[in-house]
Design a protein. Structure first.
Length: 319
């Protein structure tokens, strides 16, 4: 998947400014709609070191209502978190319905960094993949919108960004020895990421790979991805609600037709016509229908109607 990515894609500043203003307004609107529809959203950012995850998250949340989202920076497990299965700390960070949770790195740390640093063996990694797929399936089956974004840059671009950070005392702390090692062994670490993308790119939780060499291009692609996912889920919910409304309307129409048939049968019995087979809905409805008819034709015949049409015995059995 990563070999086919064109990392030379760029966007001019004028085009970026023209598009970002429109996308920001759209995203802010969609956040309000999702809140009203109680749609929970999780956005997971993964990618190579120095690919710009933090910067892109900052860009993404700029138009959002801060009362409606949380950002989680995922680092090493705490001593408390080590006492539980590795996904436990993400279950505790689930967004409520109508809210957004954004993850700077995610549950994929177990099969990427931990695997590279040999904190997790191959058997543990395979088990982690199974757990992750079950985790994501359970979330999406329950109505979660799960958006997974992978920021991709080249080894050369990563080294360039590391050098720039290391050149300044204020930012040098952001580059660790482990970061530099992953850059030296970029091909090995890239293979692990490639395997992760292939194994976890599913219909219910697909990956979006973002060409992150040019940050303006990456921002627009991330905005577009999130907006498309939210718009699709909103449309899906609206269609489901419309179908449910139509089904309820059809059911009410059917029940009304059944009531009309029953009234006609009772009237036929009162007039001495031949008996009709009755389709009794339930005791309460039958009583209401009989009472309704008796008010129109006189209550003196009510008991006789019930006996002749076997209503009395059928309702007594149904109690």
């Amino acid at each position: 998947m990563l070999e086919k990515i064109d990392l030379t894609k760029k966007m001019e500043k004028d085009e970026y400014q023209r598009r970002i203003s429109v996308l920001e307004r759209k995203l802010a609107q969609l956040q309000r709609v999702c809140r009203n529809l109680n749609i929970p959203i999780m956005i997971a950012f993964e990618g190579f070191g120095a690919s710009g995850k933090g910067i892109q998250i900052a860009e993404l949340i700029r138009p959002l209502d801060p009362r409606g989202f949380e950002v989680y920076a995922v680092k090493n497990e705490s001593e408390e978190e080590k006492k539980y299965p590795f996904l436990w700390r993400f279950w505790t960070k689930m967004p409520e319905k109508g809210r957004i949770a954004i993850y700077d790195s995610s549950w994929y740390r177990k099969v990427l960094i931990d695997r590279f640093e040999k904190k997790a063996g191959e058997k543990e990694v395979l088990s982690a993949y199974d757990s992750i797929q079950s985790f994501e399936r359970q979330l999406t089956d329950d109505g979660m919108v799960l958006i997974k974004i992978f920021l991709c840059i080249s080894q050369e671009e990563q080294k360039k960004r590391f050098d720039k950070l290391l050149a300044r005392k204020e930012t040098a702390w952001r580059v660790s020895k482990k970061d530099l090692k992953r850059n030296r062994e970029f091909k090995k670490y890239k293979r692990m990421n490639e395997e992760m993308l292939q194994k976890t790119d599913t219909d219910y939780a697909p990956w979006t790979i973002v060409e992150a060499t040019d940050r303006r291009f990456a921002t627009i692609k991330i905005y577009t991805t999130v907006i498309n996912c939210l718009s699709a889920e909103i449309e899906k919910r609206k269609q489901t609600k419309l179908q449910q409304h139509q089904q309820l309307k059809s059911l009410k129409k059917l029940r009304m037709h059944q009531r009309q048939q029953l009234k006609q049968q009772l009237l036929g019995l009162l007039l001495g016509q031949k008996k009709y087979p009755l389709q009794i809905l339930n005791v309460s409805e039958m009583k209401n229908l009989v009472i309704s008819i008796s008010l129109k034709i006189g209550s003196y015949a009510l008991l006789e109607v019930a006996k002749r049409s076997n209503i009395y015995h059928q309702t007594k059995t149904m109690r």
